[in-house]
Design a protein around this ligand. Structure first.
Ligand SMILES: Cc1cc2nc3c(=O)[nH]c(=O)nc-3n(C[C@H](O)[C@H](O)[C@H](O)COP(=O)(O)OP(=O)(O)OC[C@H]3O[C@@H](n4cnc5c(N)ncnc54)[C@H](O)[C@@H]3O)c2cc1C
Length: 407
């Protein structure tokens, strides 16, 4: 039975929403989670790779969801391959089980998790928020003190606060396992520079996937055909991936968390680490009765440097041609083979900067390549400045203040 009045209304029963719900309910708040699907975690759209830092930072660690653990990671470049290790094993989780266990925890802490409940829109009233929900039985309104948009990449709550987003796409096929024993990351054509593919073990199965520019999800086939013999496929899944952080994660009584806020790593596009850190920080602000803007400030203080550095690196990679990238990657692989460094899935910009430092002498010897990289850096900085300047116009013209008229 859906409560009509509550402290916190959370739209979206993914990891970000469920963690926020469990932590806020544990602290004594009344929480309602609205999930549009029949079951939380289904359909899944995730490879499920969590770096050790992410796994250890989770307040709830459902072991039942862990399918694989590995310290080995291979980077495959057009002409080369480097095998590296991580300080501690990364885990690969089954997202359907992971999300279901988080939902159980939220329920155990006293939150109400309502499935087949689709938020159609919401608005801020003077002393609270009001959300319009489509249930099987019909449309109802619920009121709360706070509204949390944890409704993923396509968030409607994000539109409500006037933010807009650009996307990449992630798609993967699942098939029976054919010799895959560690994480494999492919920076190779036919994927465009700055994008990548993967193959990971998943119990009896393996997942082969790509992150590609929006509308180019078919690159999955070209990539898979080029690198593997595809054979029989169990199924395919995918989803949108935000390309950047929103300009504002919190306004008044409304906050965004997880993919809806664009809390996604710029290089690998993984969202669970930053989204769960968002959930922890947001629930602390809710429990302390602080302004939601303090959640945003704390989250940004912790992650902004890493994110900005990651975005700049991605812009550099995207600005290079495959001709230049081949050289960069072959230098990187020979340097990394000589001076291996530990891969940190949750500190990717620092890992790449450290690897680049070891390559600097080789890059400096190739003047044309050095010039291309400097040009790429210039483009990255200029691109970042232009995006920052353009964003307010984009968000005000594309966003909608409210998604439904007040009744
Ligand atoms: C192919 C692919 C592979 C990926 N692999 C990884 C990986 O290995 N590691 C990693 O860290 N990240 C990965 N990601 C990203 C990761 O899946 C997301 O960052 C993560 O799921 C975000 O969690 P979230 O809770 O913010 O949103 P979601 O998990 O998207 O959850 C949002 C929930 O809100 C619900 N919802 C949406 N709209 C409404 C509405 N109006 N009303 C009610 N409910 C609504 C949805 O049904 C959904 O359950 C991958 C993404 C893709 C596409």
């Amino acid at each position: 039975m859906l409560r009509k009045e509550t402290d916190v209304i959370i739209c979206g029963g993914g990891p970000a929403g469920l963690l926020t719900a469990a932590l806020a309910a544990r602290g004594g708040l009344e929480v309602v989670v609205l999930e549009e699907h029949e079951k939380v975690g289904v359909p899944a759209h995730c490879a499920g790779i969590l770096g050790w830092r992410c796994w250890e930072s989770l307040p709830y660690r459902p072991r039942e969801a862990v399918v694989e653990e590995t310290r080995e990671i291979s980077f495959i470049f057009p002409e080369d391959k480097v095998d590296l290790t991580m300080k501690k094993p990364a885990v690969i989780v089954n997202r359907a089980v992971f999300d279901a266990k988080l939902a159980e925890e939220a329920l155990r802490q006293g939150a109400e998790v309502v499935t087949e409940a689709r938020a159609l829109g919401g608005r801020e009233l003077g002393d609270g928020v009001k959300v319009c929900v489509k249930l099987r039985e019909g449309v109802v309104f619920i009121r709360g003190k706070y509204l949390v948009g944890a409704d993923g990449a396509r968030s409607i709550i994000r539109k409500m606060v006037g933010e807009h987003m650009s996307f990449d796409i992630g798609v993967q096929l699942i098939r029976s396992r054919k010799g895959c024993s560690s994480l494999e990351v492919y920076f190779t054509p036919p994927l465009p520079p700055g994008y990548f593919g993967w193959r990971i073990p998943f119990g009896e199965l393996e997942k082969i996937g790509v992150v590609a520019p929006l509308h180019r999800g078919r690159l999955l086939w070209k990539f898979s055909e080029k690198v593997f013999t595809i054979g029989e496929i169990s199924h395919i899944e995918g989803g949108l991936i935000p390309r950047r952080l929103v300009r504002k994660m919190a306004r008044g009584r409304v906050a965004l968390v997880g993919d809806s806020a664009g809390q996604v790593k710029p290089i690998s596009r993984g969202g669970i680490f930053l989204g769960s850190a968002g959930a922890i920080t947001l629930s602390e602000a809710l429990l302390a009765g602080e302004k939601l803007e303090t959640y945003e400030k704390r989250w940004r203080r912790r992650f902004l440097m890493e994110l900005e550095a990651g975005l700049a690196l991605r812009r550099i990679l995207e600005s290079l041609s495959w001709h230049d990238l081949r050289k960069v990657f072959s230098m990187a692989s020979s340097c990394l083979r000589e001076h291996p460094i530990e891969v940190d899935l949750d500190g990717q910009a620092s890992f790449i900067f450290n690897s680049t430092r070891t390559c600097l002498p080789s890059i400096a010897r190739d003047l044309r390549l050095a010039a291309q990289l400097i040009k790429g850096l210039g483009t990255a900085v200029l691109g970042g400045v232009l995006l920052e300047l353009a964003a307010p116009y984009g968000s005000s013209s594309l966003g909608h203040r409210y998604c439904y008229a007040d009744k």
